[in-house]
Design a protein around this ligand. Structure first.
Ligand SMILES: NC(=O)C1=CN([C@@H]2O[C@H](COP(=O)(O)OP(=O)(O)OC[C@H]3O[C@@H](n4cnc5c(N)ncnc54)[C@H](O)[C@@H]3O)[C@@H](O)[C@H]2O)C=CC1
Ligand SMILES: O=C(O)CCC(=O)C(=O)O
Length: 416
């Protein structure tokens, strides 16, 4: 698998859209780079009394449409360019689904499996202390991403509020319900992936009922997508994580797989299933493929062997630009990440609104409003494909998103 730099991927995606709209090269250059990058070294005491150092980043990519918004990732392979790319994707994702946020992202270079819960709490609180001058309900609003969830968001909020001497629940989203989180936020990313896949199938005159599905990555996004597809009558035939894949052509019980992963740490070894590699999963003969792991899962070499009709990108940046072209040439409909996984940030927006209003919505209201946003964004995507005669859905998504960000920047007087 080739390791394309995600920041180059982002710039290539923006260029593909700019080729079809009236954006000057200097404006494109500006909108393809972050406004600022915080680089910190978190120093934390380990349980044995020694010190450990963790490089950490928070990137504020663009704030022309509202406060910077985006998750925080804990992973040993986090790099500065990766976090920049992720923050850029957040900028264009928020614009595409038309919520009043800019884009940001954070990351800590850490393998959380190697640390105790107490150590992870100290790391998170150390990061919150570094972030304090930069974040805030109207400035920059973090959220969960890979290897983080409600627990880490609660710690971030608590540290921020303690240091500021106030209550400010909207300073982070993805919190637990008890700490001001929203109903439906944990499921939102997987839910939007399924809604987007449903729309893509409908666009091709098909339904999800009876469709076969492979899901790469069985974390928050992947497992929820798999479970909802299972509930909607699709057959999930393969799932994976970083350790490998398991396959059952008769269909996996998604809840049983989750239980096995919670118990053993991996989907691998699931009783009754056949072991496969991640590459084999990605090239299986299925109707729907959901990459829900990390970037660069589908490169050009692998793309030629992808046999799914629809790819719905739960992960950010799973398809390299070269692979994207091959998939389009092979008539695979790829629902781009900035639409398919936008449910996470859309429900984060709902959480932020509820926090600002000191009010809470029912889960039904959250899910209904999420569905409306995703369906609208999908309709806009297909309308843009038709209007500009585009065969690549991702280019259409960026045509809309880039136009909105460029308009906001220009009208806000970002440059003379
Ligand atoms: N959590 C959220 O709200 C959102 C997450 N995303 C994206 O979804 C993707 C997954 O994030 P989460 O589910 O939140 O993370 P997670 O930490 O809950 O799960 C990640 C899963 O991916 C697996 N994985 C990692 N490397 C892999 C590889 N090389 N091959 C196969 N599986 C691999 C892990 O084993 C784990 O099962 C990321 O790209 C993230 O940026 C996007 C929007 C929102
Ligand atoms: O919920 C959010 O604010 C951001 C989630 C996220 O990091 C993403 O969409 O990639």
């Amino acid at each position: 698998m080739s390791q394309t730099n995600p920041f180059e991927t982002l710039r290539s995606q923006l260029q593909s859209a700019a080729d079809h709209i009236d954006v000057e090269p200097d404006v494109l250059d500006r909108l393809g780079h972050p406004e600022r990058v915080l680089e910190a070294n978190l120093t934390v005491e380990r349980d044995d009394g020694t010190l450990a150092r963790f490089p950490a980043y928070r990137v504020q990519f663009n704030g022309d449409r509202g406060p910077y918004k985006g998750g925080i990732r804990y992973h040993p392979d986090v790099t500065r360019d990766e976090v920049i790319a992720l923050s850029g994707w957040m900028t264009y994702k928020c614009a595409l689904v038309d919520i009043p946020f800019g884009g940001g992202k954070g990351g800590i270079v850490i393998d959380p499996k190697e640390y105790s819960d107490d150590e992870l709490e100290r790391v998170t609180r150390a990061f919150a202390t570094e972030l304090r001058p930069l974040i805030g309900e109207d400035r920059d609003v973090p959220a969960p991403d890979v290897n983080t969830g409600p627990r880490e968001m609660n710690w971030l909020k608590d540290t921020y509020e303690t240091l500021e001497g106030t209550t400010a629940p909207g300073v982070v989203t993805g919190k637990s319900i008890e700490s001001g989180g929203s109903a439906g936020r944990v499921e939102a990313t997987g839910r939007s992936t399924v809604l987007a896949a449903r729309e893509a199938f409908a666009h091709r005159g098909r339904t999800l009922d009876g469709a076969t599905v492979a899901v790469q990555g069985y974390g928050n996004a992947g497992w929820i997508a798999a479970r909802l597809l299972d509930e909607r009558g699709a057959t999930v035939v393969a799932v994976s994580d970083s350790e490998g894949a398991v396959v059952d052509r008769e269909g996996l019980d998604t809840v049983t797989v989750k239980g096995h992963k919670d118990e053993t740490g991996s989907v691998v070894g699931l009783p009754g299933a056949t072991a496969r590699t991640n590459e084999e999963l990605l090239t299986m003969d299925v109707d729907l493929l959901i990459p829900a792991g990390l970037e660069n899962a589908i490169d050009a070499d692998l793309a030629t062997d992808v046999r799914a009709d629809v790819v719905a990108e739960a992960a950010n940046g799973p398809t390299t630009p070269a692979a994207d072209e091959i998939l389009v040439d092979n008539d695979v409909f790829v629902v781009p990440d900035i639409l398919a996984n936008a449910g996470g940030v859309v429900v984060s927006y709902f959480e932020w609104v509820q926090n600002r209003q000191r009010h809470s919505w029912s889960e039904t209201r959250v899910n209904d409003e999420l569905e409306g946003r995703i369906v609208d964004a999908f309709d806009r995507l297909t309308a843009t494909m038709a209007e500009y005669d585009l065969s690549n859905p991702r280019t259409a998504a960026y045509v809309t998103a880039l136009t909105r960000v460029a308009d906001a920047a220009e009208q806000g007087g970002t440059w003379p």
